[in-house]
Design a protein around this ligand. Structure first.
Ligand SMILES: Nc1ncnc2c1ncn2[C@@H]1O[C@H](COP(=O)(O)OP(=O)(O)O)[C@@H](O)[C@H]1O
Ligand SMILES: [Mg+2]
Length: 483
């Protein structure tokens, strides 16, 4: 419509363009001079020009409109093709050298496929701590499985239109894609189209497109061996925040609808971190989640040999340093391993990398939690007692035990008689530690807590050493005093 209007305006303006220029002077009513511009000749040629120009504009408009209509009619078919093909073209950036995780990959593939072969698609969940290699494994697996498997990876912090675009790209749905992702010709067409009627990039719209396409696939395919399309949706945690919860609700609802109507199955991938999993479970009702697969960290041995291999023959990382780095800093978390590779390549030495990490943990324990203040602040004292106890049991314990330890540290033997308010304070303290990334919650039954990463363990070890030194000083001091 807008384009039509523009053409119209252009034509009328052109038609009204003065053919006579009137020059008047200082408000004289009578023009001083009239300049006759148009001879019969140029009048004819002008009219001809106007006609051709008008026709040209109209024809272009009509052609574009027809083409856009044709394009729109093709859109769902293109989505179907994209789903049929699956995410074969995923560019997985393989780090070189790539750590061999064939075993995990085949496990994950079997897990991803399990619901699509049966007649009832399910809604399954893959989790693991941030940076353990979920996305890399999933993208690799999906690329190899390809047909009818679509991988969508959300980016944290993206707003709704960007999230919608991510889905649109994965299913090749042009109207909701950013024009620069389209082939050149389509880019022109959609630039014009978007000017005329800007697309509404709503999450519901793009999910509707998936439904439409998969419904058609289910209708058209009558064979007994029908394999349900599978949507692997990564980084679902990006939809967990106050503004975007309705998107998560929408996603979960649609997955459920698709499952109940035998359209497609969904596997969600989410970091196992503060709040994400419980939000997803709350949205879907735990019973709705089919099965859960956990991607684990690599072993320390794998981590070490990976690091050694990376720095082989460079003289930048000795074997003992590699071991120290893994033991005190990275553990088996691939993300941490890659970060430390980056720091090492920047010329930092192992000790300063570890020190910076420990300082970071320390900064998470600020204010009333700062364990250096344990003598003056009851909360800090309780946190320090908790960390020490957890350290004794390998950095992992039942949530309930952690609660009891804090209770005891804060209220001693009177702990049994505490008020409701104080009980809530203890829970709040534990939640704060989880939020600050000191502890992590494990969603087992019953719930457990563990050190958030290796650095927390290293931090506690160093504090313990410091305490021993202080104690010794104190003992010596007392001996001296008593002499
Ligand atoms: N098998 C592997 N070998 C080497 N690097 C890997 C491997 N898997 C993942 N990575 C790297 O580790 C980092 C974290 O992996 P990623 O898949 O993003 O973790 P997650 O999705 O669990 O947060 C990335 O930089 C990734 O390239
Ligand atoms: Mg990821």
């Amino acid at each position: 419509m807008r384009l039509g209007l523009a053409t119209h305006l252009l034509q009328t303006n052109y038609a009204r363009a003065p053919r006579t220029i009137v020059i008047s002077y200082r408000g004289y009513a009578e023009p001083l001079k009239k300049v006759k511009l148009s001879t019969l000749d140029n009048l004819i040629s002008r009219r001809l020009h106007r006609l051709t120009f008008g026709m040209y504009l109209w024809t272009t408009t009509i052609l574009v409109a027809v083409y856009v209509a044709y394009e729109e009619s093709q859109n769902i078919q293109r989505v179907i093709n994209a789903i049929e093909n699956g995410s074969k073209e995923l560019d997985v950036v393989l780090n070189d050298p790539w750590l061999n995780r064939e075993k995990e990959k085949s496990e994950l593939k079997a897990f991803l496929l399990s619901p699509t072969r049966r007649y009832k698609p399910k809604f399954n969940l893959v989790t693991g701590i941030r940076g353990c290699g979920k996305s890399a494994l999933a993208a690799e697996s999906v690329r190899e499985m390809a047909d009818r498997v679509i991988y969508i990876n959300f980016i944290k912090g993206d707003e709704e239109p960007a999230l919608v675009e991510t889905i649109a790209r994965a299913i090749d749905y042009h109207p909701l894609m950013a024009v620069h992702h389209l082939p050149l010709f389509k880019m022109l067409i959609y630039t014009v189209r978007n000017l005329v009627s800007p697309p509404n990039k709503s999450f519901t719209d793009v999910m509707n497109v998936i439904n439409l396409a998969t419904e058609r696939m289910a209708d058209e395919d009558t064979s007994d061996l029908f394999r349900y399309p599978l949507f692997v949706i990564d980084n679902v945690g990006s939809l967990v925040d106050d503004d975007k919860n309705r998107l998560l609700t929408c996603l979960v609802e649609r997955s459920r609808y698709a499952r109940d109507n035998n359209l497609y199955s969904t596997v969600l991938i989410a970091n196992d971190e503060n709040g994400t999993l419980s939000k997803i479970k709350a949205q879907s009702g735990s019973s709705r989640i089919g099965i859960l697969y956990e991607v684990r960290n690599v072993t320390h041995q794998q981590a070490e040999s990976y690091l050694k291999q990376k720095f082989k023959n460079t003289g930048m990382l000795s074997d003992t340093d590699a071991e120290k780095l893994v033991r005190q800093y990275t553990g088996g978390r691939l993300q941490a391993i890659h970060n430390s590779i980056e720091y090492l390549s920047d010329g930092q030495d192992v000790d300063s990398i570890i020190n910076a990490g420990v300082a970071f943990v320390e900064s998470r324990l600020r204010g009333s939690l700062s364990i250096h203040d344990w003598k003056r602040k009851p909360d800090a004292f309780a946190v320090w007692s908790l960390l020490k106890k957890m350290h004794n049991v390998n950095g992992s314990c039942l949530y309930e035990d952690a609660y009891q330890w804090i209770l005891h540290a804060k209220y001693g033997s009177e702990g049994e008689m505490i008020e409701q308010q104080e009980a809530e304070n203890i829970t709040a303290l534990l939640e704060k530690l989880v939020r600050e990334g000191v502890l992590a919650r494990i969603h087992s039954n019953p719930i457990r807590l563990r050190f958030h990463n290796r650095l927390v363990k290293t931090f506690v070890e160093r504090e313990l050493q410091r305490e021993v030194v202080l104690d010794m000083l104190l003992v010596n001091f007392n001996l001296y005093e008593n002499q």
